[in-house]
Design a protein around this ligand. Structure first.
Ligand SMILES: [Zn+2]
Length: 332
C-alpha cells in the first residue's frame, strides 16, 4: 500500500505566503542540481526524491512541509555557566510543538553558520559577536511534519559563553513564543525543568540532538564505544564536551562510565587517559584493576602508573590471590 499525504495548507496558504513550492509534481524538478547542493546525499527514483535513512511511513507528498526533498536548517546551541549550573538557550515554538533550539531554514545560498547566527538573533534577540562556534555534522531530524519526499536536515552549531554573572537577556520573537535559559546539566534535568517551570516538553525533532549533548547514559555508551575502538582521543573529546561547564554532568557521567566499562578479570590495565572510565582526573596516566575495585590515577608518567599497578598486583599475590597481569592499554 502506498501512503500519500500533503497538508491542504501547503497548496493554499503555503504558496500564498511563500513557504511552499508551487510545483505539485516532483518529477518536473531538476534533481541533479538539488542533489549536488544537498547536505546529505539522497537518491532520486523515477523522478521523485527519497529520504535517506529510516522511512517516515509516508511515502509520497510533502506532509506539512512546503518543499520537495531536503530542506536545510541552522540550529543554535548556546550554553552558559551560571550559578554553578550549565544552561542552554531554548525557545518555545509558536506551533505548539514544544521547546527546541533557536533556528530555522537557511536562506538561498546562505552558509550554515551564518543562518544559525541570523536565526538566533531573530528568534531570541541574542547577538554574541566574536563567539567561538563549533559546527556539528549535518543530520536528518525526526520531524513529524516530514514525509519520505520532504524532510529536514539540521546544521547544529554549538557555542559556550562560559561563566556569566547573569543570564544574558533574551526575548522570544519571530517563530518563537518565548526564549528562555533552561538548566541543562543532564538531559533529565533539562526535561524536568521544562515540565515544572514552563509546563513544556522537548520538540520531537530536536530530541536526538539534546540527548547527544546532555544524556550522560548515551554519552557514556559513545565513550565506551570509542574506548573499545582504542580511540582515546575521541573518548576524551566526548568526555570533555559532555562535562564542559557542568560539575553535575561530570559526576553523572563518571558514574555511568564506571558502570559501563569492565576491566577483564586477571588484568590491571595501564594507560594515558583511561581514567575517563570512571574518574574525573583525566589528564594523566592511570590504572584500573579487573580483580577488585581499585584504581590509581593522576600519574605524570607511564612508568609511574606502571610501577604502582605492579605493586597493586603484588598485594593480590601477598593475599594468596591470583596475580593479575599488568597490561598497557594501548597495546593490550
Ligand atoms: Zn586489584
Amino acid at each position: 500500500m502506498t501512503t500519500t499525504w500533503t497538508h491542504p495548507d501547503v497548496f493554499t496558504r503555503g504558496i500564498a505566503e511563500g513557504w511552499a513550492e508551487a510545483e505539485t509534481d516532483p518529477t518536473c524538478i531538476n534533481w541533479a542540481e538539488r542533489q549536488a547542493a544537498a547536505a546529505i546525499w539522497f537518491d532520486v527514483i523515477d523522478g521523485r526524491p527519497v529520504k535517506p535513512g529510516e522511512s517516515t511511513g509516508i511515502e509520497h507528498g510533502r506532509g506539512e512541509n512546503g518543499h520537495w526533498g531536503e530542506k536545510q536548517n541552522g540550529d543554535a546551541v548556546v550554553l552558559v555557566c551560571f550559578n554553578g549550573t550549565r544552561w542552554v538557550l531554548l525557545i518555545e515554538r509558536d506551533d505548539d510543538k514544544g521547546w527546541g533550539f533557536p533556528g530555522g531554514g537557511l536562506d538561498e545560498g546562505e552558509a550554515p553558520l551564518a543562518g544559525v547566527i541570523r536565526e538566533l538573533a531573530e528568534e531570541s534577540g541574542l547577538v554574541i559577536p566574536g563567539a567561538a562556534w563549533r559546527m556539528l555534522e549535518a543530520r536528518i531530524v525526526p520531524d513529524t511534519r516530514s514525509t519520505d519526499e520532504s524532510w529536514m536536515v539540521s546544521w547544529p552549531a554549538v557555542t559556550n559563553l562560559g561563566e556569566v554573572d547573569a543570564l544574558p537577556a533574551v526575548q522570544g520573537a519571530s517563530d518563537a513564543r518565548r526564549a528562555e535559559w533552561v538548566r541543562a546539566d543532564t538531559y533529565d534535568v533539562l526535561a524536568a525543568n521544562l515540565k515544572t517551570t514552563y509546563h513544556g516538553q522537548v520538540f520531537t525533532a530536536h530530541q536526538p540532538l539534546l540527548a547527544e549533548l546532555f544524556d550522560t547514559g548515551q554519552i557514556a555508551e559513545a565513550i565506551a564505544g570509542a574506548l573499545y575502538d582504542r580511540d582515546l582521543e575521541k573518548a576524551r573529546d566526548l568526555f570533555d564536551r559532555a562535562v564542559e561547564g557542568s560539575r553535575a554532568a561530570l559526576g553523572a557521567l563518571a558514574k555511568q562510565l564506571a558502570a559501563n566499562v569492565e576491566i577483564p578479570k586477571g588484568t590491571i590495565v595501564v594507560g594515558f587517559g583511561i581514567d575517563v572510565w570512571g574518574n574525573p582526573h583525566r589528564d594523566g596516566y592511570a590504572w584500573r584493576c579487573g580483580d577488585c575495585r581499585w584504581t590509581g590515577s593522576n600519574y605524570l608518567t607511564a612508568p609511574g602508573a606502571q610501577g604502582d599497578a605492579e605493586e597493586h598486583a603484588i598485594m593480590h599475590q601477598e593475599q594468596g590471590e591470583p596475580v593479575p597481569a599488568v597490561q598497557d592499554y594501548a597495546t593490550a
